[in-house]
Design a protein around this ligand. Structure first.
Ligand SMILES: O=C([O-])[C@@H](O)[C@@H](O)[C@H](O)[C@@H](O)C(=O)[O-]
Ligand SMILES: [Mg+2]
Length: 429
């Protein structure tokens, strides 16, 4: 068996995305992702996926060249190689990613986001070569299915008139009744039993009313609200007080560790984050201050599946919960999330996933949620197969784009509907 990396292919794509609202604005009609393929000298191909904005591509290209001749089994070596890839300072100093939605922006985090795509591709190739599923390479699954939550968004029925976009069949959701109707659809289509609402879109009282409506429609079901740091400490505490009886946790109510610590000190509602703890360097302060009770790992920016396991071990040590964050992603990443989640013993919350919003994928068969869960595949590697024709079509879309959609920019998308729109200052309420 020859595990030497003989070829690496990078395919940036644009994937259709519905008009989902958040505190920054609205999703663009197409969003960038990067598909990574690693091929061994024996012709075994492993696939990975990560963020596709230009700054990730800029790093992925030199990184890919350095991998030729290395072993797909050399997962630790990926971090050494990453350190050799220069990050343009202009990409990080004073910069935020998607208006701050992905937390702090550092050179290391950019590198790790690139590493994760390659790590998953190497694990997939290694698993296929050895005849083992990825979860086995990570130490073995402790559960046969991984639970996900319905990721509810305020949403328009369509992208603004005149904008080239794919039509979706979810309809609009701009008030409590719309949110409940969307939740019912999620339950009907995928069997989800816990619900997360992306907040920070409307004044807090409207979002409180939406969560109350969800609690009435789905009594006893775990509920979460995530305004992406849009609220002041006082507002966060008021929301916690009003919804404390129905919330499983409140996610990033206020921005930054200091504000989160203040909120945490004033409420018994657990706080979750995918914004103030997104790197190992941020853990000590946040845990020391008791700022967060659940860390939502995103294996893309934490540096892959094995780093996610390390994060889970640190969380366990400090009595902090762990679950998973999601940003727009396709089936390769859902498969990767499912494999690693299957290996984490203390996973007590359903993971997030945007996957139901992505009608397009690059796989021959979509992953399926049954009863809100994805079954953990025991097939070699990730257990997914790349559909080259679908990949070609989505890549063509990326090639044809004039550059405007190659960077995620929710504020720019909002300006199409509201020309004066600027990214709201924080706290917004
Ligand atoms: O897709 C969105 O609009 C979300 O707001 C996303 O960008 C966040 O990273 C995320 O899902 C979250 O939980 O904060
Ligand atoms: Mg969040």
């Amino acid at each position: 068996m020859n595990l030497t990396i003989a070829d690496v292919r990078l395919t940036p794509i644009l994937v259709a995305d519905p008009p989902l609202l958040n505190t920054q604005g609205v999703h663009q009609p197409y969003t960038p992702r990067l598909i990574v393929e690693v091929e061994t000298a024996d012709g075994v191909v492993g696939v990975g996926e990560t963020y596709g904005d230009t700054k990730y591509l800029e790093l992925a290209r030199p990184f890919a060249e350095k991998l030729i001749g290395r072993q797909v089994s050399d997962l630790n070596g990926l971090f050494t190689v990453a350190d050799e890839v220069a990050v343009d300072d202009a990409r990080v100093s004073g910069q935020v990613d998607v208006g701050g939605l992905r937390g702090v922006q550092t050179a290391d985090k950019l590198r790790l986001s690139v590493v994760s795509g390659f790590e998953v591709a190497c694990l997939d190739a290694l698993g296929k070569a050895l005849g083992l599923p990825v979860h086995a390479l990570l130490g073995g699954k402790v559960r046969d299915a991984v639970e996900y939550s319905a990721y509810l968004f305020y949403k328009w029925a369509d992208h603004p008139a005149g904008v080239a976009a794919e039509k979706d069949d979810w309809g609009a959701a701009v008030d409590p009744a719309g949110v409940v109707a969307q939740a019912r659809l999620f339950k009907e289509r995928y069997g989800f039993t816990s619900f997360k609402l992306k907040g920070g879109v409307f004044p807090p009282d409207e979002e409180i009313a939406a969560v109350r409506a969800l609690a009435e429609a789905f009594p006893g079901h775990p509920l979460r609200l995530d305004p992406n740091g849009a609220w002041s400490v006082a507002t966060s505490l008021r929301v916690a007080e009003e919804l404390g009886d129905v919330l499983e946790y409140l996610e990033d109510p206020a921005l930054g560790t200091a504000a989160m610590a203040e909120v945490a000190a004033g409420t018994d509602v657990p706080l979750a984050t995918n914004m103030c703890v997104t790197t190992f360097a941020e853990i000590a302060e946040a845990f020391g201050k008791g700022a967060v009770q659940v860390v939502l790992s995103d294996h893309h920016y934490w540096g892959g599946l094995r780093n996610t396991q390390q994060l889970a071990a640190i969380c366990r040590t400090f009595g902090v919960g762990v679950s998973m964050h999601s940003n727009t992603h396709l089936g390769i990443s859902l498969a990767a999330m499912t494999h690693v989640a299957a290996t984490v013993p203390d996973l007590h919350h359903a993971c997030d996933s945007h996957y139901p919003w992505q009608a397009e994928d690059v796989l021959t068969e979509r992953l399926v949620f049954e009863g809100g869960k994805v079954a953990v595949s025991d097939a070699p590697g990730l257990g997914v197969e790349l559909d080259r024709e679908k990949l070609r079509v989505l890549h063509r879309r990326w090639l044809d784009d004039d550059g405007t959609l190659r960077e995620r920019d929710d504020a720019a998308a909002m300006r199409v509907a509201e020309p004066g729109w600027v990214t709201p200052g924080v706290p917004r309420w």
